[in-house]
Design a protein around this ligand. Structure first.
Ligand code: NAD
Length: 462
């Protein structure tokens, strides 16, 4: 795998300030596939200076020109789609078809949507005797996780650039090669120097330096609630804007009138996809007591079919985290129906697709994010209890509702404390606002709602 030995700052690859490096490991065979520099606060300082210097020019660039640049960036991502998919597969371990369709495909859609929005968004409006300008917030510090390595980057960088902001990105240490590829794409699309800058490095070093940097105007973070809380605190103390996309523990509520087999099969596929490393995964399946054992049987059969077909989790650390969650489920008395904590292979960070039945809402596996291919099936007696259980975690990122009639599912979905709900298997919409209620986060990504995160208003009265 190709790896750069420098940081992409001010439109060029520059040597890192320090000599430390981070090893990138292929989770399928545990082999080192590359090394990238471990950035320090000095690298972050250089990158922020470059972003600050580029800001006035980029902010003053007409939105239609910014749109053209974003369209050029989208075109480069299209041209390099295969390479992107192969890179994500190499450092995240996801099967290649999934990398092609989702890890490479979705960022292309999102970049395209912001090329269009930049050209059409009303950056100026009249309100009575005022003209209101929607102006860029400034220099953005973007910190991203590894689970959808390119999507998380594009979901921040594309709207930030569309708004007229400039960006310093600190990607996850497990997947920096995809981030370097994105920097190459930015260069190839001929974006002005300094508009996008990349510093690879460790979270508590480079990430923290970026979050704390006084010349960053907005910190946009996606990752765990623990780190997000800390970044939110730092931003609050500095009175600076912050967007947080955090964890989830979403409920898949199957109402008694639903097509049970379809709801269970789609639900299992949702949890197993990306080896369960999806913040919005429906990891709790809620089934009416009258259909409970049938649903458990269907879920077990569906999960067993995944067997060897899912990829590993991203790292040894992640594998041991997921294993200890599975062990906790067993100790707390849940019924293990499929899978378990044992490794299905000698090599690679694999976890067997795992299904638990007889999970009660207070169990750790029903409350804490596992971030692995683990499904908990919970019983409910009536609709009121289903609402209570679905809303009974600190999270509120996503969810699903299934019923024979859409209206019934919609009425239930309106009672959920969560940012997104898929009705009867509704498709992903790259323009719909994505983000959390409660401790799942602050702010929204994607579409026009994602764009407004990077804008601030100035009103002129006449
Ligand atoms: P993480 O919070 O450990 O890391 C995320 C990013 O933050 C990485 O780039 C990391 O280097 C950086 N970081 C770590 N410590 C830091 C610090 N002290 N200061 C600044 N930056 C720091 O999370 P992870 O394990 O990489 O990712 C998994 C988590 O992300 C899960 O909890 C998942 O739900 C969440 N996630 C949420 C969304 C969403 O949109 N809501 C999307 C993907 C992942």
């Amino acid at each position: 795998m190709k790896a750069h030995h420098g940081m992409y700052i001010g439109g060029e690859w520059r040597p890192a300030a320090g000599a430390d490096t981070i090893e990138v490991v292929n989770p399928v065979d545990e082999q080192v596939i590359g090394r990238v520099p471990a950035g320090t606060s000095a690298d972050v300082g250089h990158a922020v200076r470059a972003a600050r210097a580029a800001l006035p020019g980029w902010a003053a660039t007409p939105p239609t020109e910014r749109a053209e640049k974003l369209a050029a960036l989208r075109d480069v991502l299209v041209a390099r789609k295969e390479e992107i998919a192969e890179t994500v597969t190499a450092e995240l371990g996801s099967p290649l078809p999934f990398s092609q369709a989702v890890h490479a495909g979705v960022p292309i859609l999102v970049a395209g949507s912001y090329a269009e929005l930049a050209a059409t968004y009303a950056f100026e409006e009249k309100v009575g005797n005022s003209t209101v300008y929607h102006e860029p917030v400034g220099v953005v510090g973007a910190i991203t996780p590894w689970n959808y390595p390119l999507h998380q980057i594009v979901a921040k960088v594309a709207p930030a650039l569309a708004a007229g902001c400039t960006v310093v990105l600190k990607p996850a240490e497990d997947t920096p090669l995809t981030a370097q590829l994105f920097a190459e794409a930015v260069a190839e699309a001929d974006l002005p120097a300094g508009v996008f800058n990349l510093v690879t490095g460790l979270g508590p070093v480079a990430g923290q330096a970026l979050a704390e940097h006084p010349d960053v105007d907005l910190v946009s973070f996606t990752g765990s609630t623990t780190v997000g809380r800390r970044i939110g605190g730092t931003a609050g103390a500095a009175v600076k804007r912050v967007a947080l996309e955090l964890g989830g523990k979403s409920a898949n509520v199957i109402l008694p009138s639903a097509d049970l087999a379809k709801a269970v099969n789609v639900g299992v596929a949702n949890v197993m996809s990306n080896s369960g490393q999806t913040c919005s995964a429906w990891t709790r399946m809620l089934v009416h007591t009258s259909q409970y054992e049938e649903a458990v049987g269907l879920a077990a059969a569906a999960a067993a079919k995944y067997g060897d077909r899912i990829g590993p989790v991203v790292s040894a650390k992640q594998r041991s985290r997921v294993r200890s969650c599975i062990e906790k489920g067993i100790v707390e008395g849940a019924r293990l129906v499929v899978g378990g904590p044992e490794s299905p292979r000698e090599q690679g960070y694999f976890i067997s697709p795992t299904v638990f039945a007889d999970v009660t809402p207070d169990m750790t596996i029903a409350q804490e994010e596992i971030f692995g291919p683990v499904l908990s099936i919970i019983r409910y007696e009536d609709e009121e209890e289903a609402v209570r259980i679905a809303n009974g975690t600190v999270y509120g990122l996503a969810g699903a509702v299934w019923a024979a009639e859409e209206a019934e599912a919609v009425a239930f979905a309106r009672r959920l404390d969560t940012g997104q709900v898929d009705i009867n298997g509704g498709r992903f919409n790259p323009l719909a606002p994505f983000g959390g209620y409660k401790q799942s986060g602050v702010g929204r990504e994607l579409g026009s709602h994602g764009l407004t995160e990077y804008l601030q208003t100035k009103s002129l009265q006449f």
